[in-house]
Design a protein around this ligand. Structure first.
Ligand SMILES: [Zn+2]
Ligand SMILES: [Zn+2]
Length: 247
C-alpha cells in the first residue's frame, strides 16, 4: 500500500480532531497531529530514551561510563521475582506529565504517544525472545470502575499487536484495593503490595514465560508482587516492561 495513503489512519485522524483538541497537548502552543500523538517536535526533544549502561535488574539508567554489568543500590536491597525490568524512557518532564494526565485525568489522546514509546523500544527486543503472554498489571475492580479503564491494559494491547505475543488479562487479579503508593517509602510499598495479587484458579501457568506490563516502574514493589504470584503459580520466567522508569 502507498505509505502516504492510509484510509484508516486519515479517517481516524479526522475523527479524533473532532473530539480532541488540536495541537500539542503538553505546551499547548505548537502544532501536533493525532499521528504525532499530540506532542510537538519541540516537546519531543525532552523525551529521554534509556540506553546502556543501566542496572541489569531494574533497568535504571546509570549516568556515566561503565563497562561492567552493575546492579543499583535499590536492587541490592530487593529480592525480585522477575528476571529483569526494562523501560523505554525516563519518567521525567513530558513523559511523566503525559502518564499522569492519561491515567488520572482521562487525557486519552496520550495513548498513541505512550504506546508508541513502549512499542518502539520493547517490540524489537521481545520479538527476538520467546514469551508466552503479556500480562498487564491489573487494577482492583473498584478502581477500574472509578477510572473506567486500565492504562496498563491499554498499553499492553499495543505491544501485543506489535509483537504478536498474546495478551492475557485473566490470569492475574488484584484482590486487595491497595492505597496509593506515591507517598510511601520503599519498604512500606513492598509491604503494602504483599498479597495484593492472586492468580486465577486453574489457568495453566506451568513453564510459561510472562511479560508483566505497566506504565511506570518506581521501586518495583507492584510489578514484583505480580511476578511473585505468577511464579508461585508455576511461571518459569517473568520479566517486566514499562513505558517509563521513575526512580
Ligand atoms: Zn509541545
Ligand atoms: Zn536496579
Amino acid at each position: 500500500m502507498n505509505a502516504t495513503f492510509h484510509p484508516t489512519r486519515n479517517w481516524l485522524g479526522a475523527a479524533l480532531s473532532l473530539i480532541y483538541p488540536e495541537g500539542c497537548q503538553i505546551c499547548r502552543q505548537r502544532r501536533a497531529t493525532a499521528r504525532e500523538g499530540f506532542v510537538c517536535a519541540q516537546c519531543w526533544t525532552q523525551v529521554r530514551f534509556i540506553r546502556p549502561p543501566f542496572c541489569e535488574r531494574c533497568g535504571l539508567p546509570y549516568a556515566g561510563e561503565l563497562n561492567t554489568p552493575f546492579e543499583c543500590s535499590n536492587c541490592r536491597e530487593m529480592e525480585f521475582d522477575f528476571r529483569h525490568a526494562r523501560a523505554a524512557v525516563v519518567a521525567k518532564t513530558v513523559v511523566l506529565e503525559a502518564i499522569h494526565r492519561f491515567k488520572y485525568s482521562r487525557a486519552l489522546w496520550f495513548e498513541e504517544f505512550l504506546a508508541g514509546l513502549l512499542v518502539r523500544e520493547a517490540a524489537p527486543q521481545l520479538r527476538a525472545q520467546e514469551w508466552d503472554y503479556i500480562v498487564p498489571v491489573p487494577l482492583h475492580p473498584l478502581k477500574k470502575r472509578e477510572r473506567e479503564f486500565n492504562q496498563a491494559e491499554v498499553l499492553a494491547r499495543h505491544l501485543s499487536s506489535a509483537t504478536r505475543i498474546p495478551i492475557n488479562v485473566k490470569v492475574l487479579r488484584r484482590v486487595v484495593p491497595t492505597a496509593t503508593q506515591t507517598l510511601l517509602s520503599r519498604e512500606k510499598r513492598a509491604l503494602n503490595m504483599r498479597g495484593a495479587f492472586a492468580t486465577a484458579g486453574k489457568l495453566p501457568l506451568e513453564k510459561k514465560r510472562i511479560i508483566i506490563l505497566d506504565d511506570i516502574f518506581t521501586t518495583g514493589a507492584t510489578t514484583n508482587a505480580c511476578a511473585r504470584a505468577l511464579r508461585r503459580a508455576g511461571a518459569t520466567d517473568v520479566c517486566v516492561w514499562t513505558v517509563a522508569h521513575g526512580l
